[in-house]
Design a protein around this ligand. Structure first.
Ligand SMILES: *Cc1c(COP(=O)(O)O)cnc(C)c1O
Length: 426
């Protein structure tokens, strides 16, 4: 038994499944999780001293790679002044001003502590602002673990075989309607069935919690049109895509405007931060300006804001990062396709910007049903093989692979070499 396995034995005694977030438990790939001691650039080290090229990147936040000096130093400076004041600070104003500058349509920002909290609060705001109760989400999209959104959810809710959750009352989820990603007619049918009752349509502009599935051309534009017709608000959950597809997120990348936008992951630079944002008219519905209540003891935490502000500022000052990470992801995707083809393994690799995922299926993956058709047993073997070759991928099929600015040509080539060794064994 190695040290990670020993720790895992202790962990399962005191933490459900040995972890504090389900997908970390490696259940979908049938092995004990690696316990990480440190990370730097594109690398992770585990308790056994093994080193891995990391494509989880903390599930997205580490777009610049791990332990980036600019962010680390900003945090170190902030820590010296105290950890939390429960009072407004200068950096909250600075990061909000930066977001208003960078993100299309955003005039005001409310900081929270996670993506879950951001989406939960944005849905409350959509309901409060429209006076409507229903919401429309898409099967296989994940929006955090708040009650009303744990319906037909993606990510680890999907890998565990529990599309929703025990403990969520029917009375609450009856207001959550489910449509199909990339199928506008499924949205239109729901809007017609519940006229004047839908507060918002919430979507991951790129679905990245069923593996990566790109929006078809016209899909996001069509949602905009349907929302305008029905009076529903369009909510882009940009917890993954925000500051990743482009500085202005999916709105900038696809040229489609949302009414409400949620952020998480990258916005905190590795610290727990989320945010929801929109026009002044909408955001002034939030307490203390308006009737929609939402608060947070640690929201806008000074150390977390220092990390987020440093990361967003760095990205603004280095916009070439976006071309770089997208080119690397495209190169990896092409290499994975070729390696799979040479090994005779049917794989569909989806890629957009710095996000990619290989699905073990002979068909193209453009919808949730295609993603679900992936051979998850094969993914598990692929994961184990790659890990043995020093490459840490997401420990489940229905997650994205993240490429960071810190991944160099050497790591990318080592990754493809590993894939060429592993594919023939699948
Ligand atoms: C990760 C994620 C969330 C939840 O964010 P947490 O910080 O884990 O609560 C919400 N929406 C999307 C699209 C996500 O990928």
């Amino acid at each position: 038994m190695d040290r990670c396995e020993q720790l895992y034995e202790q962990a399962v005694e005191v933490l459900p499944g040995g972890v504090n977030s389900p997908v970390r438990a490696y259940r979908a790939v049938g092995m004990a999780p690696r316990f990480i001691t440190r990370a730097d650039g594109p690398w992770l080290w585990d308790e056994d001293g093994k080193r891995y090229i990391d494509y989880v990147c903390s599930w997205g936040p580490m777009i610049l790679g791990h332990n980036h000096p600019v962010i680390r130093e900003a945090v170190e400076r902030a820590v010296k002044d105290g950890l939390s004041f429960g009072a407004p600070t200068r950096r909250e104003v600075e990061i909000a001003r930066l977001m208003v500058e960078l993100v299309p349509g955003v005039e005001m920002v409310r900081m929270v502590n996670s993506g879950t909290e951001a989406v939960m609060s944005a849905v409350r705001l959509a309901r409060g602002a429209t006076g409507r109760d229903k919401i429309i989400k898409f099967e296989g999209c994940y929006h955090g673990h708040s009650d009303c959104l744990l319906v037909n959810a993606g990510s680890s809710a999907l890998a565990g075989g529990h599309p929703s959750s025990a403990g969520v009352p029917e009375d609450i989820v009856k207001h959550t309607l489910t449509a199909q990603f990339n199928d506008l007619s499924s949205v239109e049918a729901l809007l017609d069935a519940w006229p004047g009752q839908v507060a918002c349509v919430i979507v991951e502009p790129v679905a990245a919690n069923m593996g990566v599935v790109n929006p078809d051309p016209g899909f996001l534009e069509g949602l905009r049109t349907l929302c305008d017709k029905s009076g529903a608000l369009l909510l882009f959950d940009e917890v993954i895509t925000g500051f990743r597809l482009a500085l202005g997120g999916a709105q900038e990348y696809f040229g489609v405007r949302a009414d409400l936008v949620t952020f998480g992951k990258i916005i905190g630079g590795g610290m727990p931060v989320g945010a929801y944002c929109g026009s002044r008219a909408l955001m002034e519905q939030v307490a203390p300006c308006g009737p929609v209540y939402q608060a947070g003891t640690l929201s806008g935490n000074p150390v977390a804001m220092a990390a987020g502000l440093a990361q967003l500022t760095y990205l603004k000052e280095h916009p070439e990062v976006y071309e770089d990470i997208a080119a690397k992801a495209a190169w990896l995707a092409a290499g994975l396709r070729k390696a799979a083809e040479e090994a005779g393994v049917p794989v569909a690799v989806n890629q957009i910007g710095s996000l990619l995922s290989p699905f073990f299926t002979p068909t193209a993956v453009t919808a949730f049903v295609d993603a679900k058709g992936s051979d998850v047993g094969r993914y598990a073997r692929y994961f184990q093989g790659m890990l043995a070759h020093g490459v840490a991928l997401a420990p489940a099929q229905f997650e994205a692979m993240f490429v960071s600015a810190a991944h160099t040509r050497a790591e990318l080539e080592a990754t493809l070499a590993a894939a060429r060794a592993v594919f023939p064994t699948l």
